[in-house]
Design a protein around this ligand. Structure first.
Ligand SMILES: Nc1ncnc2c1ncn2[C@@H]1O[C@H](COP(=O)(O)OP(=O)(O)O)[C@@H](O)[C@H]1O
Ligand SMILES: [Mg+2]
Length: 450
């Protein structure tokens, strides 16, 4: 009896370990070790002509992967200078360089403040060396004094950082920028912040006698296209890490590792874990989302749950509201018709599709020619529902989009049907009053106001 009460108390105190949400570090970062090892090897070389481009859809784990690279940099004693470019900081070359100078000053102040030192002696030495040569004002003064374009000025500042790097006993500097698609997507006209950044780093990497630099950019798949358009051969400067869904084994590890310390008091069958893993399809955001739902439902249910009762029917509503709704709300009626067609048509067995395949599958009957289908696909990319794959085909940006589209269209249809009424026929006693004699339905609409 006493034991039973203790169990209930523990369940009450239990905190849900899963972390669905942009940039939230997961309780267990599954997979990605091949890419992490590659990065570590790159830093150990001590010099670099290679840079890293991390791409992947939203929720695929770019931001938390970047955070793991930051950890590796620290272990290898490279300075991590980084930020998120989603704000207006990237709209022009001048603003981007100021952003970078601010980030450098911030990173050095942490080092000289002792945050980087491994031992007390290390920290003490770094603090002794601390001077004010890394502050934003100093860096900006060098920048302003240097002649030329923003890229020349930035180069001038970066080429002077070598002594600071040595003083801090660092191996080099990693510039890491997340949401890099903003560098090209939102740039003002005649501004090329992406080219400026890449050109600056490339030219420093070709020079001897200055601190080694590595550039790490991370963003949506279109960053890759933007990069190849920037300048010929730019893509050769980058090692591309495209973050994909996790494998089944990695997914199971991501779900069970945080679960183990909670069993008991929770009782989770293998069948339930397998079902949860299957529902995620290996998509990192869904692993956290579904893991969290699993724990919540277990707790509501007294710590046990049968696989048949998972997931709760409201789970899809919550997923839809969190991931899909904002994109859907930006579409037109015609785009919705087109999306419904893609979601229900049997388009080969692959996750991506082309305009031609959609038309072939019967979209023409609904008034979509090849040219129109292409136009629709482009419009849906602009609204963030679809993206262009490497091979010039299209795919949904949000997993389970097809299911969510079908649910929404069904709801629209249900509402329409609930308003369909009989017109101009006498109601037949005992018959379904909603169906006309000729089988047609008419929307009641706003007849009260006529
Ligand atoms: N390798 C992983 N294993 C488990 N969960 C992950 C992994 N990568 C990301 N996640 C989870 O997925 C969600 C989205 O991650 P995030 O880094 O914000 O994606 P992105 O930056 O690509 O949009 C977060 O809740 C995060 O905890
Ligand atoms: Mg992110």
């Amino acid at each position: 009896m006493k034991k039973c009460k203790a169990m209930t108390d523990r369940r009450k105190l239990l905190e849900n370990p899963y972390r669905p949400g942009a940039g939230y570090r997961p309780p267990h970062l599954a997979g990605r070790s091949v890419q992490q090892d590659h990065f570590r090897r790159l830093l150990r070389q001590g010099f670099s002509t290679e840079n890293i481009l991390v791409t992947g859809l939203r929720g695929m784990g770019k931001t938390v992967f970047l955070d793991s690279l930051r950890q590796i940099s620290r272990e290898e004693r490279w300075l991590w200078v980084g930020n998120d470019l989603s704000e207006s900081s990237s709209l022009s070359e001048e603003r981007l360089t100021l952003r970078i100078l601010t980030d450098i000053a911030q990173a050095f102040s942490e080092v000289f403040g002792g945050a980087h030192g491994e031992s007390n002696a290390d920290r003490k030495e770094q603090q002794e060396h601390a001077d004010n040569s890394y502050t934003f004002e100093v860096l900006r003064a060098i920048y302003e004094r240097s002649p030329g374009l923003p890229s020349d000025k930035l180069k001038a500042v970066l080429s002077k950082l070598g002594s600071l790097v040595t003083k801090a006993r660092l191996a080099g500097i990693v510039f890491a920028y997340d949401e890099a698609q903003c560098l090209s997507d939102h740039a003002d006209s005649k501004e090329f912040p992406m080219s400026m950044l890449i050109e600056t780093i490339a030219s420093l990497q070709r020079r001897d006698g200055i601190a080694p630099y590595v550039l790490v950019l991370s963003g949506l798949p279109q960053v890759f296209d933007a990069l190849t358009e920037t300048r010929a051969y730019t893509e050769r400067m980058f090692h591309v890490m495209n973050l994909e869904r996790l494998s089944r084994e990695e997914t199971l590890a991501a779900i069970t590792t945080p679960l183990k310390p909670l069993m008991p008091p929770l009782v989770v069958s293998k069948e339930l874990i397998t079902k949860a893993a299957d529902l995620t399809g290996g998509y990192p955001y869904l692993i956290q989302f579904i893991g969290k739902e699993l724990i919540d439902q277990l707790l509501e249910n007294g710590g046990v749950l049968s696989a048949q009762n998972f997931p709760a029917p409201e789970m899809l509503d919550r997923l839809d509201a969190g991931l899909f709704a904002s994109r859907w709300n930006r579409t037109s009626d015609r785009q919705r018709t087109f999306l419904q067609f893609i979601a229900t048509a049997h388009l080969r067995d692959s996750a991506d599709f082309s305009a031609h395949e959609i038309v072939q599958a019967g979209a023409e009957a609904q008034g979509f020619t090849n040219a129109q289908a292409n136009q629709m696909l482009q419009g849906l990319c602009d609204r963030g529902l679809l993206y262009r794959t490497r091979h010039g085909r299209y795919a949904f940006t949000v997993p389970m989009s097809e299911i969510m589209i079908q649910r929404r269209m069904r709801r629209v249809q249900d509402v329409e049907e609930s308003w369909a009424v009989v017109t101009d026929v006498k109601p037949v006693v005992g018959a379904d009053a909603n169906i006309q004699a000729n089988g047609q339905r008419r929307s009641r609409g706003w007849s009260w106001f006529k």
